[in-house]
Design a protein around this ligand. Sequence first.
Ligand code: HEC
Ligand code: HEC
Ligand code: HEC
Ligand code: HEC
Ligand code: HEC
Ligand code: HEC
Length: 357
Amino acid sequence: MKRFTYLFSLTLTVFALAAVVIIGCEGPAGATGAAGADGKDGIDGVDANATCTQCHSQDTDILAKSLEADGSGHMLGGHFRYGDRTDCSICHTHEGFLDIMASGAMEASKEYEDATPPNCRTCHNVHKDYDKATDFDIRFIDPVTLWDNDVVVDLGPDNNICVSCHQPRAMEPAAPAVGGADVVFTDDSWGPHHGPQSAIVWGTAAYETVGDESYPIGGSTSHANSAGCTGCHMVEPGRGDQAGGHTLSMTYESRGTAREFTASCENCHGGDADFDYMNIQTDVTALWDSLDVILHAKNILVDGDINASTEAPLTLTADEAGAVLNLLYIDEDASFGVHNPRYVKALLKNSIQAMSN
Ligand code: HEC
Ligand code: HEC
Ligand code: HEC
Ligand code: HEC
Ligand code: HEC
Ligand code: HEC
């Protein structure tokens, strides 16, 4: 009996203690269990040896390209100050250009402060994948539909990016159609703006006056389909930071004199080819001057400007307006016929013929 009472009270005590443990405070921690399975490996951090140093090293390639680009018209021209003008920044600044390449519009979506001129990041994917094999790919390689006349220009993957900016701007009044309606001018300035080179290289957008000379089919010349832009402007080896390579420049200065960088012409036309190869610049300058004289004699131009104002508008036939347009195109193109020798000569000869009738 005593033993029963003892066992009973012991059981009670155990129950009571268990109750205290369950209801009351926790007991001391048990022994540490076995280690769990390892977690999944995290993603490796960026390894400077495999990424940054592919380009940022003792190698001077980027330095060389940077020095050359610093000597280019893009960097030295200074007109990237138009960052705050949504209709200008689209070609004059890196920021405005990327804006419209994304939106497809012809005007930037906002004004850009601290804008930059066309630079490494405009043409290459710098710091995108941190990979030398792809970061220097050209950013936009597709053919370009010209704003002015919807013609598709395809100068190849290295050159189409140049076309996007070096194309005529939309004109007001619009360029005349060949044999089309008269054009009324109420202002003395007009034309395709200062950078219509791609249209001339391709052979389009000028006024193709009907005359004795025939026009080469757009894109059919060797300058368009084998030189593009880079085959002349970025020829390697260049002349340091003065010409060729990433300077994009065709001329340089030596001992105070402007000189031609003719390496590209020599590559295709032989050792002594210069910019006046087969008299192209001499002939084009003479033809241009003749057309200029004719348009001044007709009082269509006065001191190089269109003889029109809001008070005294000027109405021109399509052929007359087209002759003015061609004069402006060839002037703004600034290659004096080299970009597309046959096209430019045909434009001038046929315009002179039409204006002399
Ligand atoms: C594919 C080549 C390449 C790789 C890889 C690369 N860079 Fe650059 N980096 C450039 C170029 C090109 C420039 C611009 C030079 C110029 O504007 O003149 C530049 C510029 C810079 C600058 C100057 C500031 C700026 O942004 O213009 C810094 C800092 C820099 N890089 C750091 C790095 C770091 C850090 C890494 C690795 C995580 C790296 N780069 C990887 C090519 C590269
Ligand atoms: C984002 C637009 C843009 C792209 C892309 C571009 N350019 Fe330009 N380029 C300009 C502008 C704007 C100027 C005038 C810069 C200034 O005066 O401030 C210019 C100036 C130049 C000049 C100097 C003109 C002079 O009178 O000194 C040359 C040459 C040139 N570009 C060639 C090229 C070539 C070749 C390519 C393609 C590899 C190219 N550009 C791509 C906008 C561009
Ligand atoms: C379709 C692209 C484009 C647009 C839009 C554009 N420009 Fe330009 N502009 C150029 C290019 C390319 C050049 C360089 C041409 C060259 O030097 O042969 C240039 C050159 C210039 C020059 C230098 C002319 C010279 O003789 O040195 C001025 C000034 C200029 N632009 C003003 C403007 C203004 C102002 C606007 C806006 C109303 C504008 N541009 C819009 C492409 C453009
Ligand atoms: C106007 C456009 C433009 C700009 C601005 C520009 N590049 Fe280029 N770059 C090109 C083109 C086009 C090529 C290809 C050249 C060719 O036809 O061989 C090229 C080639 C290169 C290459 C050789 C790539 C390879 O695959 O071998 C490097 C490196 C390079 N550029 C670096 C730079 C750096 C650094 C800058 C800025 C300082 C810069 N580029 C600015 C257009 C540009
Ligand atoms: C066949 C070679 C050749 C091709 C192709 C070529 N250019 Fe030119 N370009 C020249 C020459 C030569 C001049 C300069 C003539 C002079 O100064 O007498 C010039 C002048 C220019 C100018 C005027 C400013 C300057 O540097 O004198 C610009 C801007 C220009 N070219 C851009 C382009 C663009 C953009 C392309 C492609 C759409 C292109 N060029 C294709 C040879 C070429
Ligand atoms: C990639 C090769 C290439 C380069 C670079 C090149 N040309 Fe040409 N060029 C040709 C070919 C091929 C023709 C003739 C066929 C044609 O017109 O398509 C030609 C035609 C010409 C013509 C017209 C000749 C005629 O029959 O009336 C002139 C002028 C000319 N080039 C000048 C130049 C000048 C100046 C340069 C340098 C600034 C130059 N070319 C650079 C390939 C080139």
